[in-house]
Ligand binder design. Structure first.
Ligand code: GLA
Length: 395
């Protein structure tokens, strides 16, 4: 993998090409993320257990005197330099990739921060697009991070950057995501996962020492298509199920329920599909709490089993896996040295995460890759990833 310094040099070179010179341009980085367990729990007041990665998004940026904004992405070269203005930021327009940085500028403005000068920007990401490793949240946190530095926002913490990124995704981009992705990215810590209670934003870092094992990401390369509307639909189903439970029981979120309590109240949900959605939210949250404990106790075997159970629940009760992700997971589980394998992120395409013993990684990539190609008709991509730090300026 290219080093941060090599990428910085490359991004600055493109900056000079597009904008005349790179004098005064600064380079920032924000990671992507992978969620180990705790899927579709974050908007249900439950726990999540993600970590930031060493791959992510880089921005070279330079302020100027007028209110013009210029965006160029090395990942979407065909879009060219996209020009806009600070006076032209309006939610829910179809603006391609620039909707992510624009949304964050807009969101900080909504929260009362003054951004009175435009900037030129070059972006470069080494997170595979549409992989479910949160390339969009990475751009959001990256934008919040460099805005804070360039415009000297007072008292804005990394958690505020995460919350503003989520606010922008909800309101500017129209996706009702929870806080997990932005939080994992803004608060990332090398070699640690983040055990986050999304109902309070209380969190602890959990050191991940996978002695003799690695995290392997398998990217399905399935185009997500309807993913965003399905995501909003799942969220609405959970909200409806909660409101039905609330007719008799005083709870604020599905994350407050444990398994026995859910057993007592599930008959209040007047629809089988919604019951399954809520069951996933409740059980997945409990699994996530158990997984964090298992990891603390050094019990990776149990951690892997909980990852497997998570996938089953996402497949059968939450119905967000699809044949591509199921094929990857089924093939992975046939390989010796795989402790656990599950889809990660929103689902409907995207990728899986597996814990694989070092000795079996080549075999994993070869055999899972072959089975996927045979069954699905196009290839998957594989990445052996490392857990990295949160956003930073590359000096
Ligand atoms: C997406 C969302 C997150 C979370 C996951 C599912 O990544 O952005 O907030 O809901 O899906 O766990």
């Amino acid at each position: 993998m290219e080093s941060a310094q090599e990428i910085k040099a490359k991004v600055l070179e493109v900056f000079a090409e597009k904008y005349g010179s790179n004098e005064g341009a600064r380079v920032f980085f924000a990671p992507g993320r992978v969620n180990l367990i705790g899927e579709h729990t974050d908007y249900n007041g439950g726990h999540v257990f993600p970590c930031a990665l060493t791959i992510g998004t880089y921005a070279a940026v330079r302020k100027h005197e007028d209110r013009v904004l210029r965006f160029y992405s090395m990942n979407f070269e065909e879009a060219g330099v996209v020009e806009s203005s600070l006076d032209d930021l309006k939610p829910l327009k179809d603006e391609g990739w620039t909707a992510y940085p624009k949304g964050v500028i807009w969101a900080f403005g909504e929260k009362g921060h003054v951004i009175d000068q435009g900037f030129d920007l070059v972006l470069y990401g080494n997170i595979p697009n549409g992989s479910g490793l949160s390339s969009s949240a990475s751009v959001e946190v990256l934008t919040g991070y460099f805005l804070r530095s360039l415009y000297r926002f007072e008292g804005v913490t990394n958690i505020d950057i995460a919350l503003t990124g989520q606010y922008s995704e909800n309101n500017y981009n129209g996706v009702n995501c929870g806080i997990m992705d932005q939080f994992a990215i803004a608060m990332g810590k090398k070699d640690n996962a983040i055990f986050l209670d999304t109902s309070t934003l209380q969190y602890t870092y959990a050191p991940i020492s996978l002695r003799g094992m690695k995290l392997v990401i398998a990217c399905s390369n399935k185009k997500r298509g309807l993913g965003e509307s399905k995501y909003n639909e799942r969220r609405a189903e959970c909200e409806k199920a909660l409101s039905e439970i609330q007719t008799l029981v005083d709870v604020k979120s599905l994350g407050e329920l444990d398994e026995p309590t859910f057993g007592k109240v599930e008959s209040l949900i007047r629809d089988d599909v919604r019951t399954r959605r809520a069951r996933h939210a409740v059980y997945e949250n409990r699994r996530t709490i158990s997984a964090a404990k298992a990891l603390k106790a050094g019990n990776i075997t149990l951690f892997g089993q909980l990852m497997n159970a998570s996938h089953e629940s996402l497949r059968d009760d939450y119905e967000v896996t699809g044949k591509e992700l199921d094929t990857l997971v089924d093939a992975a589980r046939k390989i010796p040295g795989v402790l656990g394998s599950r889809m990660t992120g929103a689902g409907f395409g995207g990728c899986t995460v597996s814990i694989v013993k070092d000795a079996n990684i080549d075999e994993f990539i070869e055999k899972v890759g072959r089975e996927y190609l045979e069954k699905i008709g196009y290839a998957a991509d594989f990445y052996v990833v490392e857990i990295g730090d949160g956003p930073q300026e590359i000096i």
